[in-house]
Design a protein around this ligand. Structure first.
Ligand SMILES: [Zn+2]
Length: 219
């Protein structure tokens, strides 16, 4: 009788390093840089959201990683919001064995300035056919958008299978459903008056982080 060799799990730290390498290759992950975040704080590390999905083969590879993680679950719908997350969500849905549909919600602000997500009305009927939903995001910072998507799914009578994302910006963010991210990493950020990069006279890179950039958002 043939015995199957037990797969040795790759150390999480090594896996993270490999995954960060993939993101470095897309140019989305900036290191040794000097960037001003929209919050006004400074950082040497950054993920430029708009660059994550510029190379389709990498986007597909990242989609494969997320789909593989959730492969033991039946998924009826992959739900995203935002352009980059949409491209990634398509790749996750394409790679998942249960052949889920891919749908998206649009993001807006309430009169009070809070994030809200609205489902395209054409997609409502899909929740009646099977409402097991995998939420896909590109970068999770405060988790506000994901929380809104969870509320949307629950409001439609659906069931959240989990949340898959490329980058978890803060380990403090928690959800009531399983979260899987390709990379989890807290960046050190500094108030301008305490920034060691400013102190060293390193020029600020104006191409990233500013208002209007499709970079890492504060939500
Ligand atoms: Zn600085």
């Amino acid at each position: 009788m043939a015995t199957r060799e037990k797969a040795v799990p790759i150390d999480q730290e090594i896996l993270e390093r490999l995954n960060r390498g993939i993101l470095l290759r897309t140019g989305a992950y900036r290191t040794d840089d000097h960037i001003v975040l929209r919050s006004g704080r400074h950082t040497s590390e950054y993920v430029a959201k708009a660059l994550v999905t510029t190379e389709p083969t990498f986007t597909e590879g990242l989609g494969d990683i997320i789909a593989a993680h959730f492969s033991r679950y039946q998924v009826d719908l992959v739900l995203t919001t935002g352009y980059g997350a949409g491209l990634l969500g398509h790749c996750v849905a394409r790679a998942h064995l249960s052949r889920p549909r891919f749908i998206f919600a649009t993001k807006g602000k309430t009169a009070g300035g809070r994030t809200e997500v609205i489902l395209q009305p054409e997609y409502r009927k899909f929740f009646a056919e099977g409402g097991r939903v995998l939420i896909v995001e590109d970068i999770v910072t405060t988790g506000e958008t994901v929380k809104q998507l969870i509320k949307l799914v629950e409001g439609m009578g659906g069931q959240v299978v989990g949340i898959g994302a490329i980058w978890r910006r803060s380990t403090r963010v928690k959800f009531k459903y399983p979260l899987f991210t390709v990379v989890t990493r807290d960046f050190p950020t500094y108030a301008p008056s305490e920034c060691p990069l400013c102190r060293q006279g390193i020029p600020i890179n104006p191409d990233f982080g500013g208002v209007g950039s499709e970079g890492e958002s504060e939500e």
